[in-house]
Design a protein around this ligand. Structure first.
Ligand code: NAD
Length: 509
């Protein structure tokens, strides 16, 4: 698969499109910098063609009996399970996520699909009997029409799982725009959807940049847009959706804290920081970035972290024996190196410099940054405030748990935060007071299980809708309430007496 030239294609109304509008961007392997294929940069006309196809597919798809629609979700689940390795390889090739982590990402999608299989239970409505004589109230959860989704580069499979099974399982149709930096997963996934016989137009894929998305705001075929991406992108889409009157689910960027208390289990703490801070080369929305450490363990902690960080091996993402792959692009590498300069200018101590890593010869042109650790960081430095999205850790000395909680509260972002401690007072206080959407206790990546919602607060979530769990059902459905008078065809159905206040309020209003 690695040696083949990869031609990414749009998929609209059941067809792979051989051309877009003629413009293509090179697709690169971040482990080597080599061009491995091309991605269409589609124009707005193609974007609208896709939403028209989704709108045309909607009436038949939404009126399909629920068990038949669920049959497709079960088949998608089986297809992902049967093709786990092929899908993981796709992620490791263009996103250069370490192959073990890519397998983990696809495994998580399988769990999400299991959750989506419970849509028939979660989509059930409510009935209130007897709100007046012979009158009942009923709430149903109905699909809306066409949803469109926009993915970030760093979780091509996970974000497919967060959006598509829930959107189509609840009866909507979908247009998906993957990131131009990691489109290969969705190319493979779309082929699997074709193979299981998903009706044409139910899922469409359009590749390209912001233009594809901007076409949706004023498009009458579109009912809602969802994004996982950076906060500026989430805000731009919120504005467009607000103007166009579209529903929106917008997960934004992050800057996550880890708090290490004096009783932190040290081996577990260091192992988790390696995974959380350097896994996916620090390009995770739940990656640890700021580490707040109390004075009692500060020196030992710094020494242990530096020793472990120096041992991190770098190389090709498809090599299972290395620990960490590259970052996504040369631009991302430049941005991270720039933050390392900023940290030094701000007066932090560069305790471990990852700017010139030792690499295998074939990876010399890849986009690598090795583990980098700053000490003597203060919360007001830019390296502590802004999302670096690379393997750079900032260590901040903090007097006690209240100081750590204050830093978390004062930060603009609120995706995740975790604490390492054996003390139940610290644990409960942290769960209650850490001002973030996802909390971890003695776990470095506090990603909730698919049965529970995933999402941050403050700058990490624009609006109020999170992915996964019951929240996904709420987003992809609308509540409709019916007021039903049961009429007896043979009986006396005289109008309600004016004295019956309940009847007056519910029938006359
Ligand atoms: P990005 O915001 O640059 O791009 C995300 C997607 O939005 C891409 O498909 C891109 O083409 C599109 N896009 C970019 N600008 C746009 C605009 N103005 N209008 C419409 N669409 C636009 O993000 P990225 O670099 O691909 O991914 C990394 C970011 O995503 C980080 O900030 C990370 O924290 C965040 N992220 C968040 C979560 C979460 O759960 N909150 C999960 C994964 C990634």
């Amino acid at each position: 698969m690695n040696a083949q030239y990869i031609k990414i294609k749009n998929h609209i109304d059941g067809e792979w499109l051989e051309t877009s509008n003629g413009e293509y961007e090179p697709l690169r392997n971040p482990s080597t910098g080599a061009v491995i294929g091309e991605v269409p940069i589609s124009c707005q006309e193609i974007s609208r063609q896709a939403t028209a196809a989704a709108a045309a597919a909607y009436p038949a798809w939404s009126s399909l009996p629920l068990p038949k629609r669920m049959d497709y979700i079960f088949k998608i689940h089986r297809a992902v399970e049967d093709n786990l390795e092929m899908l993981a390889q796709a992620i490791a090739i263009d996103q250069a996520k370490h192959i073990a982590e890519a397998r983990g990402e696809v495994s998580r999608v399988i769990e999400i699909l299991q959750m989506a299989c419970s849509i028939p239970a979660l989509i059930q409505g409510e009935t209130v009997q007897g709100i007046a004589n012979n009158i009942n109230g009923r709430l149903i959860k109905a699909p809306l029409g066409v949803f469109c989704g926009v993915a970030p580069f760093n979780f091509p499979a996970l974000v497919f799982g967060w959006f598509i099974p829930f959107a189509i399982g609840t009866g909507n149709t979908f247009v998906y725009k993957p990131s131009t930096e990691s489109p290969l997963f969705m190319q493979k996934m779309m082929q699997l959807l074709v193979n299981i016989g998903l009706p044409k137009g139910v899922v469409n894929v359009v590749h390209g940049d912001r233009e594809v998305v901007e076409a949706w705001y004023e498009d009458n075929n579109v009912n809602g847009v969802c994004l996982v991406g950076s906060t500026p992108t989430a805000k731009a889409i919120a504005e467009g959706c607000g103007r166009g009157g579209k529903k929106a689910m917008l997960l934004g960027g992050a800057k996550n804290f880890l708090v290490a208390m004096e009783d932190a289990p040290m081996d577990l703490l260091i192992d988790n920081i390696l995974m959380s801070g350097y896994g996916s080369a620090g390009q995770r929305c739940l990656a640890i970035s700021n580490i707040a450490v109390v004075p009692e363990i500060y020196d030992e902690f710094v020494a242990r972290l530096l020793e472990a960080s120096r041992k991190v091996t770098l190389g090709d993402a498809l090599n299972p024996d290395i620990f960490m792959g590259p970052v996504i692009s040369s631009a991302a590498k430049e941005r991270i190196l720039n933050y390392i300069d900023i940290g030094q200018e701000e007066g932090a101590t560069l305790a471990l410099d990852g700017r010139n890593p030792k690499l295998p010869a074939e990876n010399h042109d890849g986009y690598f940054v090795a583990p980098t650790v700053f000490t003597d960081v203060t919360p007001c430095m830019r390296i502590a405030k802004e999302e670096i999205f690379g393997p750079v850790l900032s260590i901040i000395k903090v007097g006690c748990i209240d100081g750590a909680l204050r830093m978390i509260r004062n930060h603009d972002m609120g995706n995740g935060a975790c604490i390492f401690t054996q003390n139940s007072y610290y644990t409960e206080k942290f769960i209650n007071e850490a001002d973030v959407g996802m909390v971890g206790v003695n776990v470095g990546v506090c990603a909730p299980h698919p049965y529970l919602p995933f999402g941050g607060i403050k700058g990490s979530l624009v609006g109020n809708n999170k992915v996964q769990g019951k929240d996904a059902i709420d987003f992809f459905t609308q509540s409709k309430v019916a007021t039903v008078r049961v009429v007896n065809p043979k009986g006396n159905n005289a109008a309600a007496k004016p004295a019956d206040a309940n009847v007056r309020s519910c029938v006359a209003s």
